[in-house]
Design a protein around this ligand. Structure first.
Ligand code: NAP
Length: 353
């Protein structure tokens, strides 16, 4: 099979680097262009990654050999029509500007929030709500695009939503989330200062709580093909998002009221047997890693389960009305680049690429 020609935009950032790492040697996608801001344009990728003599490479392993010398293109000069697929990892304001230009000709998989809340834009997690892909036709028709924009959810939403998906059959009435989010989730620009986060917990992340509430209801909602929209799930969601001194991996305490009152063994079984059978190269197996050890999951031990694509769940209990559990989800892998690559694989398998 010929590989699809791919570009990564925002390739120097935290999520962009994870795209570069995830796509190096990928069996279906070949990265032939890296794009960035005017700051990086015209530089070799390794030079664009460097501040003075310090290489600001964040992803695992070395910078992939085939990307090191690629000359970074200005994102506004990228000719989208030359690519079969474009992966973007830029701030929302930039995404709002460039993603519609690319989508005129080419499918765009985005880590930014710019289009997540538009009615004709599906907000998908592979294995959870891929049926929402049917909105892509409405999006193309409404906007006159040959391509489309497929954003992935906020990295905090992803962990909780994956843990909720197998429990939807029990009737989810309400959910409360308390997150302990890794520093890398803030990216490099502006990022979080070491002086502020070391020996500290910051009890506010601008915009995050509203994103998790709105996104969770959209992801777990039902797509209505006729109206070209998603009817939100009727779940009462409350969130409290905190930044903690962890490098990668968001930890989440989740409290949920389930209408059917399943036994704890039924809940555990729903997670352990959850197998969306995606049949694509990055598919994590198991999709959910369920822990019985009460000291798990932990970000340091569990964020890299199945290369950062499996969602780790544990500490299941029900002391009163609430089912309670803990989630660890890798914010820059399943929650960003690898989640977007997995989604692109799934949509390719469904014939959208
Ligand atoms: N970090 C995470 O865990 C995570 C998780 C999920 C979603 N996200 C989302 O992913 C996006 C990127 O986040 P990040 O954490 O990777 O941020 P980041 O580390 O600050 O990187 C942002 C990158 O955007 C690039 N950029 C700025 N202006 C640009 C332009 N006009 N054209 C092309 N590139 C431009 C910069 O590239 P130059 O070096 O070329 O200036 C920079 O490297 C955000 O929307 C964020 O919300 C992040």
């Amino acid at each position: 099979m010929d590989k699809l020609n791919a570009a990564v935009v925002g390739a120097t950032g935290i999520a962009g680097q994870q795209f570069v790492a995830a796509l190096a040697g990928h069996p279906w996608f070949e990265v032939t262009a890296l794009a960035g801001s005017e700051r990086s344009a015209g530089k070799k990728y390794v030079d664009a990654l460097s501040k003075g003599s310090s290489l600001q490479w964040f992803a695992d392993g070395p910078v992939p050999e085939q990307m090191r010398s690629m000359v970074v293109v200005d994102s506004s000069q990228l000719d989208a029509s030359k690519f079969d697929v474009i992966f973007t990892a830029v701030e929302s304001e930039v995404a709002k500007r460039i993603e519609p230009l690319y989508a005129r000709t080419t499918p765009v998989f985005s880590t930014a929030s710019a289009f997540r809340y538009e009615p004709d834009v599906p907000l998908m997690i592979s294995g959870v709500n891929l049926d929402h892909a049917s909105l892509i036709e409405a999006q193309r028709k409404n906007r006159g695009w040959e391509g489309f924009v497929a954003p992935i959810p906020n990295c905090t939403t992803t962990g909780m939503a994956v843990s909720l998906a197998p429990l939807a059959k029990f009737g989810i009435e309400s959910v409360v989330l308390v997150s302990m989010q890794a520093v890398s989730g803030a990216g490099r620009s502006p990022g979080v200062l070491a002086l502020d986060i070391t020996d500290n917990v910051i009890p506010f992340i601008d915009g995050e709580e509203d994103k998790v509430i709105v996104e969770t209801k959209k992801i777990l909602g039902k797509v209505d093909v006729a109206s070209g929209k998603v009817a939100d799930a009727e779940i009462d969601v409350a969130t409290s998002c905190n930044r903690v001194a962890v490098r990668e991996g968001h930890t989440e305490s989740v409290f949920a009221v389930l209408k059917d009152q399943p036994g704890l063994d039924e809940v555990a079984k729903a997670w352990e047997s959850f197998d969306p059978k995606l049949g694509v190269p990055s598919e994590p197996r198991p999709f959910i890693t369920y822990h019985r050890d009460p000291y798990r999951p932990q970000p340091r031990l569990d964020r890299d389960a199945c290369n950062g694509l499996s969602t780790s769940v544990g500490r299941l209990r029900k002391p009163g009305r609430f089912y309670q559990w803990t989630v660890v989800s890798h914010n820059t892998k399943i929650g960003a680049a690898k989640g977007a690559v997995l989604l692109a694989e799934c949509l390719k398998k469904k014939g959208y690429l």
